[in-house]
Design a protein around this ligand. Structure first.
Ligand code: NAD
Length: 477
């Protein structure tokens, strides 16, 4: 179902090039398709086209932006199985997870279609002192202009959508560099965008080599850089981004607290933690990595989690029965296996999993991992979860806040005042009470603090970043 070769898209049009990227099936390692690569002159041409498109995009009426987004929703529905298959192959996602991502892609575009016609602003009373008598203010939001987007491998479609759909709703042209490991689904999205009436130059989707990425970051004509990816690369790019606005959606090592009052629903809690930890082989920025369990429930929850980890079916993501696919490549699985071995040498115990076959790492549960081990302090980004007992809720909150990340946290408690305390005190972008930190829907504000990033996505919030307030002052009389 994949094409033999995909062109890149420059100023809304497909273009071939001599240089190409081989895309592999992440389970078998075979090359399954090729994608044309854009070089630096092509990237510069795309940016110049986006600059020219800024005016036409700003003037594109809200209903027309909405029609573009609605067209995409229709076409994504029609091509849903093809998109899911592409994700399954290029990212190694089990088919059921891949279909879930396509559903979320559609949710993201639907939300953007609604936001496109919302607009609105404020009427301000400016009469704060005598000299301002007779003055009134009004605000509207105007698009920032051409935007630059760089995206990661783990949700190659929906995280692209989280930049592209709000940009269309906001009226911003954009250039996008998808992950070189998973470019195919983004190229299918480009095919759909090319069917619409977006002004010429409004979008370019350009797989590039790293040596050709410079203009995406450094060109001052681009007014916003929105990057989703690793912590190290993200902060480095910010330092090179000049005057443009920067949004960074980076990594995490999400924690989940299970309070002592959860004994009645431990099966549910274990189901959710297993899902949050092992879904898409743990390669989600809000994958559950650390679980802090009240000491009275520790043994019972540990037993349930171990059983769930062992029940997963690891294998070929194309197989409908597979629930655990490979990590993105063997190097990533080896890196995590090495962290597990290191932790074990310092006294950690492997309760389930720990084995590896190529890029497939078993769903792994550990306890007794020292806090300064990479497995605890860094982002694992794989199917690994660490258990740790706690005595007091305050200690658990302190433990969640330890370390340099702060994306989301989950708290299972029935106690309203503890839930509110967690919301107040946890240094994260979002607190999920009654579920795992991995919970996300596409309209909620989403992003991190500390090392995890800057700014928020979630359609409405991304639009805020892609627009600026413009004030009108009116003096009467
Ligand atoms: P990555 O940082 O290696 O790559 C992300 C993108 O940046 C890719 O397109 C890559 O080609 C590009 N890139 C890499 N080095 C670059 C450089 N020096 N200059 C310019 N571009 C460069 O990340 P990844 O491995 O693809 O993705 C996994 C990471 O993304 C994890 O850390 C994960 O937590 C994070 N992530 C965060 C969120 C979020 O919303 N907070 C969502 C998904 C993934």
């Amino acid at each position: 179902m994949l094409a033999e070769r995909y062109p890149y898209y420059l100023a809304n049009r497909p273009r071939q090039s001599n240089a190409e990227l081989a895309v592999t099936d992440k389970y078998s390692g075979e090359v399954v398709t090729r994608v044309a690569l854009a070089d630096t002159p092509a990237v510069e041409e795309a940016i110049a086209a986006a600059v020219r498109a800024a005016g036409p995009m700003r003037r594109l009426a809200p209903y027309a932006r909405q029609e573009v987004l609605e067209h995409c929703v229709r076409r994504f529905r029609e091509r849903a199985e093809e998109l899911a298959f592409a994700l399954c192959i290029e990212a190694g996602k089990p088919l059921r997870d891949a279909r879930g991502e396509v559903t979320r892609l559609i949710d993201t575009f639907k939300a953007a279609a609604e936001e496109a016609v919302r607009g609105g602003g404020e009427v301000l009373n400016l009469e704060v002192s005598k000299r301002a008598e007779g003055y009134r203010g009004f605000t509207q939001r105007v698009p920032v202009g051409p935007c630059s987007f760089i995206t990661p491998f783990n949700f190659p479609l929906n995280l692209v959508a989280h930049k592209v759909a709000p940009a269309i709703a906001a009226g911003c042209p954009f250039v996008l560099k998808p992950s070189d490991r998973t470019p195919v689904s983004a190229m299918i999205m480009a095919e759909v965008l090319a069917e619409t009436d977006l002004p010429e130059g409004a979008f370019s989707v350009l797989p590039t080599r790293l040596e050709d990425v410079g203009p995406f970051i450094e060109d001052d004509r681009l007014k916003l850089l929105s990057f989703t990816g690793s912590e190290k690369v993200g902060w480095e790019l910010k330092a090179r981004a000049g005057r443009k606005k920067v949004v960074l959606e980076l990594g995490g090592n999400a924690a989940c607290v299970v309070d002592r009052d959860q004994s009645e629903r431990l099966d549910f809690v274990a189901d959710r933690i297993a899902h949050g930890a092992f879904f898409q082989a743990g390669q989600s920025c809000i994958s559950v990595q650390r679980v802090l369990v009240h000491e009275e429930l520790y043994g019972a929850l540990r037993e349930r989690l171990v059983a769930r980890a062992r029940a997963l079916r690891a294998g070929n993501p194309r197989d409908e029965a597979t629930t655990l696919g490979p990590m993105i490549d063997e190097a990533a699985a080896r890196r995590l296996e090495g962290w597990i071995h290191r932790a074990v040498e310092r006294g950690a115990r492997v309760l389930a999993g720990g084995g590896r076959r190529g890029a497939l790492l078993e769903a792994t549960v550990l306890e007794g991992v020292p806090a300064d081990e990479p497995l605890s302090a860094e982002e694992a980004f794989g199917p690994v979860v660490l258990l740790q007992p706690f005595g007091s809720f305050e200690d658990a909150l302190r433990e969640v806040n330890a370390g340099r990340y702060g994306l989301q946290a989950g708290v299972f408690t029935n106690d309203l005042s503890r839930a509110m305390r967690a919301w107040d005190e946890l240094e994260v972008g979002g607190v999920v009470v009654g579920d795992v930190p991995s919970f996300r829907v596409d309209t909620m504000p989403y992003g991190g603090v500390k090392g995890s990033g800057l700014g928020r996505e979630g359609v409405k919030y991304a639009i805020e970043d892609m627009t600026e307030l413009r004030l009108l002052v009116l003096r009467q009389g």
